[in-house]
Write a protein that binds this ligand. Structure first.
Ligand SMILES: *[C@@H]1O[C@H](CO)[C@@H](O)[C@H](O)[C@H]1NC(C)=O
Ligand SMILES: *[C@@H]1O[C@H](CO)[C@@H](O)[C@H](O)[C@H]1NC(C)=O
Ligand SMILES: *[C@@H]1O[C@H](CO)[C@@H](O)[C@H](O)[C@H]1NC(C)=O
Ligand SMILES: *[C@@H]1O[C@H](CO)[C@@H](O)[C@H](O)[C@H]1NC(C)=O
Ligand SMILES: *[C@@H]1O[C@H](CO)[C@@H](O)[C@H](O)[C@H]1NC(C)=O
Ligand SMILES: *[C@@H]1O[C@H](CO)[C@@H](O)[C@H](O)[C@H]1NC(C)=O
Ligand SMILES: [Zn+2]
Length: 533
């Protein structure tokens, strides 16, 4: 502890010195500013010391569909929104000390979906596309094969160690990513009893009937929990949200169910053990629409939900596991709505910032990653300062598009924003408002729904054991590191006190006093036995 504090001081002092030094150089154009910045980065890297603490808490931030392409473009978008120098690391998680790559393919697909990938990073095993919480013996759609092939998630492992757990998402809480944290389903779409045909147990039912131990559940998706007659999708006439309240009462705990931001803000968190918030019938709003002053929907932001979740989970002395999903980055891209996708990436980063502010890197492992990428790219040679959603100005004579039509740097491989008119001419958007939230960026292959992409995604980590993310990893490795760091699941053994570790508080008696008492008793009995005859 002492060494790390003095290292921190040394680090802060060196940053201050460098800051004073570089401020004099910022104006110079001889390249020295780049040397200074690189030297600072080098010094920080040389001072990097792995944090070998036990992670009391783990937070997994999952940017759905947030490939490295989205991270780079969102960084630039945020620089433009906040009038910072382009190239500045504007996103909180890109400053994390350890970064690695994750190979995202599903067991049966080169390009994966969110269900199979969530099973990998939450349950530790790769699975088939479309399946959650089951191993790859289960082909999609066949629930008769689930028995014997279900897998547990880090939520189960953490609960088994007495930790608290939470799920926060902007999607329906029964959607693929959160579902893999608590459900076992051969199809991700069996969110209610209609989809599940009655023959398989739907995901909403699994959440309410089998997972009342989860302390915090926040997101969208009311419709999966309530009857058709009440505007929901259930035909079994069950109101699962009421059943949830009853199940928490039965455990003699305090639980609250809320559906608006206004109600959410009035919950007395100090007196709340369990919180269920479903703020939309389906998914919650895109962050850019939520922030629109004309929006009358009463929904909290991802950052606000994260802050509240932390307040409840932090009451447990044994720590917690929290999953936070920025779900709609993915949905924006699927529609070729690059602006919505990138704004949601920034809102997701605000949730990461909220967690950094309210946790201690000495005892909390924070991992930021994506399940998969998208067929999205930023290309051309836009000049520095070019509006990220604006037309690319050709940098020199002869670099104009050959069809004489303007183009944007943000483009998709496929999707609804198909590039060509029926007669084969590229769409001409000279007078089109490309900043409109609904504007669809160009896509090469016309598809009804833009697709995921196969390339690796980033893993950004900070806190205990974050240095274990250091290379090109299989995606399911993420669950193993989180479990190892927090001493849950199959990775508990290294957490037991070793003989020369000295006493560990609270467990002292089990490890030293009991054997001594036993030894004395045995010797006493033996002595008695020898004396008797
Ligand atoms: C599901 O798997 C079982 C066992 O292999 C098989 O008998 C059945 O035909 C499968 N059902 C479907 C719908 O594929
Ligand atoms: C539900 O029924 C449809 C049509 O009969 C079938 O294609 C599908 O596989 C069934 N799903 C389940 C979960 O049995
Ligand atoms: C559904 O439940 C409500 C309230 O419990 C009841 O009034 C209604 O009759 C039920 N409807 C059906 C179709 O069972
Ligand atoms: C949305 O608005 C809130 C409140 O004004 C602000 O704090 C937040 O930064 C905005 N979100 C984004 C992504 O700009
Ligand atoms: C090309 O087709 C579009 C409809 O897809 C039409 O609006 C446009 O006028 C056509 N352009 C030419 C040059 O024919
Ligand atoms: C594109 O549209 C603009 C304005 O509508 C028009 O002036 C221009 O000629 C069009 N370009 C082509 C190549 O059709
Ligand atoms: Zn998707």
């Amino acid at each position: 502890m002492m060494t790390s504090t003095s290292k921190d001081m040394e680090y802060i002092l060196s940053i201050l010195c460098l800051a004073v030094f570089t401020s004099k150089l910022v104006q110079s154009e001889d390249g020295s500013i780049w040397n200074e910045r690189a030297q600072k980065d080098l010094k920080d890297s040389l001072n990097l010391v792995p944090n070998l603490n036990k992670a009391k808490n783990v937070i997994l931030f999952l940017g759905d569909g947030m490939g490295i392409n989205s991270v780079s473009a969102a960084r630039l978008y945020k620089a433009q929104l906040t009038q910072q120098e382009e190239g500045t690391s504007t996103l909180a998680f890109e400053k994390f000390p350890y970064i690695a790559l994750s190979k995202t393919y599903n067991t049966d697909r080169q390009t994966p979906d969110s269900a199979g990938t969530a099973t990998a990073f939450l349950c530790g095993v790769k699975a088939n596309l479309g399946t959650v919480g089951v191993n790859s013996n289960v082909p999609r759609f066949n629930c008769s094969l689930e028995e014997g092939n279900t897998v547990q998630s880090i939520i189960d492992w953490s609960e088994a160690e007495g930790k608290s757990t939470g799920i926060v998402t902007t999607a329906r809480v029964t959607h693929a990513t959160p579902a893999a944290a608590y459900a076992h389903s051969a199809d991700r779409d069996w969110e209610n009893d209609v989809n599940a045909n009655g023959s398989c147990k739907d995901i909403a039912r699994q959440l309410i009937e089998d997972n009342s131990h989860i302390e915090v559940i926040l997101g969208g998706g009311q419709r999966e929990f309530i009857p058709e007659g009440d505007g929901g999708r259930r035909t079994d006439n069950r109101t699962l949200t009421e059943e949830w309240i009853e199940s928490i009462k039965a455990k003699k705990k305090t639980g609250h169910y809320v559906t608006t931001d206004t109600e959410f803000k009035t919950v007395d968190l100090s007196k709340t053990d369990h919180l269920l918030g479903l703020f939309a019938m389906s998914h919650m709003d895109y962050a850019i629409d939520r922030n629109d002053s004309n929006n009358e929907n009463d929904q909290p932001s991802l950052a606000e939900m994260t802050a509240t979740a932390l307040k409840i989970l932090q009451k447990n002395d044994k720590g917690f596991f929290l999953l936070v999903e920025g779900a709609r980055i993915d949905h924006g891209h699927h529609e070729n709505w690059a602006k919505r996708a990138l704004y949601d990436t920034i809102a997701f980063d605000e949730a990461v910032e909220e967690a950094l502010k309210n946790t201690d890197k000495e005892d909390t492992l924070i991992v930021v990653t994506a399940d998969h990428s998208h067929a999205f790219t930023m290309a051309g040679y836009p000049e520095k300062g070019n509006d990220i959603f604006g037309i690319v100005k050709p940098v020199k004579e002869g670099s104009e598009p050959e069809d004489g039509l303007p183009y944007l740097s943000l483009v998709y491989g496929n999707g609804k924003g198909a590039m060509f008119d029926n007669n084969g001419t590229r769409r001409n958007f000279t007078d089109v408002d490309t900043h409109n939230n609904d504007f669809r960026f160009h896509a090469a292959v016309p598809l009804p729904y833009e697709t995921h992409a196969a390339e690796d995604v980033g893993i950004f980590a900070t806190g205990p054991m974050s240095h274990l993310f250091h290379g090109v990893h299989e995606q399911n490795y993420i669950a193993h590191v989180m479990a190892y760091a927090s001493c849950v699941g199959i990775n508990k053994d290294h957490c037991k006190p070793k003989p020369n570790d000295g006493p560990i508080s609270g467990t002292n008696s089990e490890y030293s006093v009991i054997p001594k008492v036993l030894f004395i008793t045995v010797v006493y009995i033996l002595l008695q036995a020898f004396e008797l005859p």
